[in-house]
Design a protein around this ligand. Sequence first.
Ligand code: SF4
Ligand code: SF4
Length: 303
Amino acid sequence: MQKPLLLEIKGNSLDDGPGIRSVVFFKGCPLSCTWCHNPESKTIGAEIGFEAGECVGCNTCMNLCPEGALCRDHPFFVDRSLCNLCFACTEACPAGALRRIGKPAEIETIVADVLRDKPFFDTSGGGVTLSGGEPTLFMEYCGQLAQSLKEKGIRILLETCGLFDFTKFETLLYPFLDAIYFDIKLIDPAAHTRYCGVSNGRILENFKELHIRAQNGGVPVLPRTPLIPGITDTEENIRAIADFLVSCGATEARLLPYHPLWQEKNRTIGIAAKEGHSAMNNWLENRTLEACRTILLQAGINL
Ligand code: SF4
Ligand code: SF4
């Protein structure tokens, strides 16, 4: 069984499903979306992060780094071509400016952690959300985690990019889920490949399969579209999504407004700003959101 690294377990979330939830964020994703709001979740391995604003300039880290990988003249402070990920610096940093991104966790530890909030789940209609990154990269692990949570009476929601092996998913994880939030970003396969790193054929097929099951009493599946300025929020793409959902018989969807704060997160893990995506420097405009809403509502999709 492939064991994942976790970014964090975030308690008291009101944004990742109904009620009060604990969100388990997995590290690693089969997509590589240009606008990813959690860029530290893209790669599967551990990373080092540096928050310049937190650094108090004590030089503890620079004095102990065995590789000489920390340098004030480096644009990201950490020279990742030299760093061996020993994490001596993150352990020693007194300010929390250097941190390890991605830690292993045993299933029993996660269950014990989230179980403390079960009274809040029960009174609010909440539960645990598996998110990321992409939880289905670790299908067996997530299946066992979901089963353990289910046995404790906890409801489970999966947030997914939709790119997974359906047969494995149906066997290992699906039986333990109570709801699925399924991202549909772009309908045009070439655009999907360009902006998300892979084509979308299997994603759309997986949505269709899940929706058929939902219509027949299976796990409810909610399609979601992040509105990325100039990329996914175009009239052409939203109309194509509306047509696709109508062809599946879907009657409900959710739009996720964009924010550009991920660009600062990129810097903390040593990724420079990309050129050619200037529209993504802006927040989503209300009139664009309304235009997208109108297209879907006119197609009979509730939001
Ligand atoms: S993780 Fe280790 S090698 Fe990398 S910067 Fe920190 S101390 Fe240096
Ligand atoms: S140990 Fe932490 S606070 Fe001190 S210089 Fe390094 S990053 Fe900055």
